[in-house]
Design a protein around this ligand. Structure first.
Ligand code: SAM
Length: 340
């Protein structure tokens, strides 16, 4: 599983895990408290680690629960098994609800703005139908937490494939693209029976840090000013299953209370320092790009206050969400801080 996500480390996961494995024997425990798509969490789990995954936002927790905790297809007793659960999603009756109104080509947003072309009318109504079905199953108490996460995981993957956007949900394209006219697709996923004991939780790293008792922590903070809560508002709404006020032309949900200090030049250095002060683990690994809000020299100076620092580098293709953003390759850094 992979989708376009700012800072997604799928392509770097082999390198990152191999560097971690030089220091941390398999069987050890490691936390990935800014897990995003859970690409590194699952790569660490495959390598034999017990993983604690977390994120400040809800949809990364849905992915992490599915990828780490669902080690085989959940029973889905209420729907007749996993394959039938997928059929149930495929055939959910369309509904002209919140997504149709706020994010569909034929919608009429509550704030009177022009229809938002995030989705074709048909896909928006299908998403509404599935959301309503999931709500009904949940309120009847016949869906386990893992089953709920697996359904939402599928809904997010299917939604991403047909979203009429150029990389993030900051805004939509002015006309519907060919992929956005395709129907939602629900393909079976591979459930991975990894060895470790994994846990998944939702929290800001600043709050979680003091509670972590793992052998190591891997930090992958945002490194640009683009806030995840705003840029992925549609996915957050799918995961939360709510109907928030959709503001302005873009229809963003209220997100400022989920804003990350790592995204602001003025607060990113302080966020690093506070997180490291609260961690009490022998090894901290940090992914950070040379494009980051905190300059290399400043980051080295902060990290050096917490232990012996080693830096590994790897060229990586820059994330490009539209033509205005520079492309090319960028140097990705993996810092290792060994407490002394
Ligand atoms: C660079 S992405 C992680 C990408 C991830 N490693 C992957 O491969 O998909 C950064 C993640 O940090 C999360 N985040 C930002 N600030 C946070 C904070 N203060 N505490 C916890 N998570 C945070 C974002 O929601 C986002 O998912």
């Amino acid at each position: 599983m992979s989708y376009r996500y700012l800072g997604n480390k799928t392509r770097l996961s082999e390198w990152i895990v191999s560097e971690i494995a030089r220091v941390l024997p398999p069987g050890s425990s490691i936390a990935d408290p800014m897990c995003g798509t859970a690409a590194i969490s699952i790569a660490l789990a495959r390598a034999g680690y017990s993983v604690t995954a977390a994120d400040a936002l809800t949809f990364p927790v849905v992915h992490a629960r599915t990828r780490l905790l669902a080690k085989q297809p959940p029973a889905f007793a209420a729907l007749g098994g996993y394959d039938e659960a997928l059929n149930w999603m495929r055939s959910a009756a369309p509904r002209e609800g919140y997504f149709f109104r706020e994010f569909g080509e034929s919608g009429q947003p509550d704030n009177g703005r022009a229809p938002r072309l995030y989705f074709s009318a048909r896909n928006a109504a299908h998403i509404d139908g599935i959301r309503e079905g999931i709500r009904t199953l949940r309120s009847a108490g016949i869906l386990t937490e893992i089953e709920h996460s697996v359904l939402l995981h599928h809904l997010i993957l299917a939604t991403n494939k047909v979203a009429n956007i150029t990389g993030t949900y900051g805004y939509f394209r002015s006309t519907l693209s060919a992929p956005s006219l395709r129907p939602l697709a629900f393909e079976p996923i591979v459930f991975e029976d990894t060895l470790g004991n994994h846990t998944v939780t939702q929290s800001a790293v600043e709050d979680l840090a003091t509670t972590l008792t793992t052998d190591a922590v891997y930090l992958d903070p945002p490194y640009t000013k683009r806030q995840y809560a705003g840029n992925y508002h549609v996915l957050e709404t799918l995961a939360q299953g709510d109907e928030p006020v959709a503001a302005g032309d873009g229809g963003l949900r209220p997100w400022t209370d989920q804003a990350s200090d790592f995204c602001y030049r003025r607060s990113a250095g302080k966020a690093f320092r506070e997180t490291l002060e609260r961690l009490n683990v022998p090894h901290v690994f940090i992914s950070y790009s040379e494009d980051g809000q905190v300059h290399e020299d400043e980051l080295m100076s902060i990290l050096s206050d917490f232990g012996k620092v080693t830096v590994h580098e790897q060229p990586h293709v820059r994330f490009r969400s539209n033509d205005r953003v520079k492309g090319g390759s960028v140097l990705e850094h993996l810092y290792h801080v060994e407490a002394i």
